[in-house]
Design a protein around this ligand. Structure first.
Ligand code: ADQ
Length: 465
């Protein structure tokens, strides 16, 4: 088997991946079994922004990282990746910064990452590049003469053609993507949008799961990312810390129904809309007061970006308002905590919560929805209320599917979840869990790497644009 080289913006943390969000969680799970090289940014900003990799061993993995110079961090990471691509790909054109300086910085940093990795590569390596930070990376690597198989997986949604066309360099960006051999998306919908762009905007053609354009051919397919479902279920049921957390939460609830939300603090996650929906539940169904308790855990991310600071202020205000208006001396309707939790404790918390509320406005997949279900007690499972705009909704039809913009609809769904019979909860859980097990993170990894290996066997070496 050839060596696997994974390229992603952040490398690790191998031990506490949850702090770094969904992508790190998935990659640690995927890489641990196979070993290989994991390459990306060190997370450090250094005046000199070094141009060579720091190599470390971490169990079966080798980690290779580079630092960024302050202006690289500002233009590539804060700028183009997080203030342009992230909002645009999540349909927030209103929050998108179209700054040419950011784009230039992004191109330069993609080229730098390629330049530093190139001498570390072996001829038969398989390279798997991740996410919107590296749209241009494969093309840069090809320019340096790399002939290895290179696959790309996008963790966030691919936007509709008209939305993408708002990006001044959309054509160069899509052309660059054709340097990859396989392009993977989270859902079939994302593939459809990509195909639509390539065929209608770039005048390419399709042939099954192949797309021809710019004189090249790529395989385009959906590979819905999963979690280590069995491992997570086992942890929730029997890990010492998970059980401790479960018991602590259960006793503090004194028989109330807990609704739980767990997110990175991000405007795509729809947390403000969720707070409004909860308030609507308390308003429209007064009997829920004192009977429910909503716990929202939101770990701060991208604190340097203005929009994120503003959102934090808005959420602080809303949570204060709800508790001020509805709270009692002995009942706090909403507990809102800005901190990371250990994965084990999170598993126990999910299991102690009768309703999982996952209502992003847009999300590539959303792993919290999957973790919540995997953590449930099969005999007496909780109910997942899930946004139709999370990629996960296409695999999780047995959740209560909601439109997160429809505040009243979400409040009603919470009420339906509260009264759902045990029999129905079990039936829904069994269907969901069955699919979570067969479409887990190992399946995602193997499926993608098999597709890449298939292409490699038949491939004519790519040329550069
Ligand atoms: P994220 O946007 O980070 O991921 P998500 O898929 O929900 O979103 O993953 C978040 C991860 O971080 C989960 O594993 C969760 O348990 C963990 N987490 C969140 N808050 C936490 C907290 N307070 N404490 C501890 N852990 C916390 C991106 C895309 C998603 C896609 C993933 C994977 O935006 O759409 O599902 O990558 O592809």
């Amino acid at each position: 088997m050839s060596r696997l080289v994974v390229v992603s913006n952040r490398v690790g943390p191998v031990k506490d991946a949850a702090r770094a969000g969904g992508l790190a969680v998935a990659l640690v799970d995927a890489l641990k079994a196979r070993g290989g090289l994991w390459y990306g940014w060190s997370g450090k900003v250094d005046e000199r922004g070094n141009d060579s990799a720091k190599i470390e061993e971490a169990g079966s993995l080798t980690l290779a990282t580079v630092d960024l110079a302050p202006e690289e961090h500002e233009e590539y990471y804060n700028g183009f990746a997080n203030r342009c691509l992230w909002p645009l790909f999540h349909y927030r054109i209103d929050l998108t910064a179209f700054d040419r300086r950011y784009y230039e910085g992004y191109r330069r940093v993609n080229a730098k990452f390629a330049r530093v990795l190139h001498p570390l590569l072996k001829p038969d390596d398989t390279i798997w590049v991740h996410d919107y930070h590296f749209l241009a990376f494969g093309n840069e690597l090809r320019h340096m003469g790399a002939e290895q198989s290179i696959g790309f997986f996008l963790h966030i949604p691919f936007p509709a053609r008209e939305v993408l066309a708002a990006l001044p360099h959309h054509d160069a960006m899509v052309r660059g993507l054709f340097a990859y051999d396989v392009i993977g998306f989270q859902t079939e919908r994302d593939c459809e949008r990509f195909r639509d762009y390539v065929v209608r905007e770039a005048h390419g053609s399709e042939d099954g799961d192949k797309l021809h354009c710019f004189g090249r051919t790529v395989t385009v397919r959906a590979f819905p990312i999963g979690i280590d479902s069995e491992g997570f279920a086992k942890m929730a049921a029997s890990d010492k810390d998970a059980c401790k957390q479960h018991d602590k939460v259960t006793s503090s609830l004194a028989g109330r129904t807990q609704i739980v939300g767990v997110d990175r603090l991000d405007y795509t996650k729809g947390i403000a809309e969720r707070f409004h929906a909860y308030e609507r539940l308390l308003q429209d169904y007064p009997e829920t007061r004192r009977e429910v308790s909503y716990l929202q855990i939101a770990v701060t991310s991208r604190g340097d970006v203005q929009e994120y600071r503003e959102m934090r202020e808005e959420l602080d205000g809303l949570s204060g308002h709800i508790n001020g208006a509805y709270g009692e001396f002995d009942w706090t309707p909403l507990r809102y905590l800005n901190r990371p939790m250990a994965r084990r404790s999170l598993a126990g918390l999910y299991r102690a919560s009768k309703i999982g509320l996952v209502t992003p406005l847009r999300d590539g997949m959303n792993l919290v929805a999957k973790e919540y279900v995997a953590a449930q007690d099969p005999e007496d499972p909780g109910v997942l209320v899930l946004s139709r705009f999370a990629g996960a909704s296409y695999q999780m039809a047995e959740a209560i599917i909601v439109n997160p913009y429809d505040i009243k609809g979400v409040a009603d769904a919470l009420q339906i979840a509260r009264y759902m019979s045990q029999q129905e909860r079990r039936e829904r859980f069994e269907a969901l869990m069955g699919r979570l097990k067969s479409e887990d993170v190992a399946h995602w990894r193997d499926d993608f790497l098999t597709a890449l290996a298939d292409v490699a066997e038949r491939r004519i070496r790519p040329t550069v644009s």
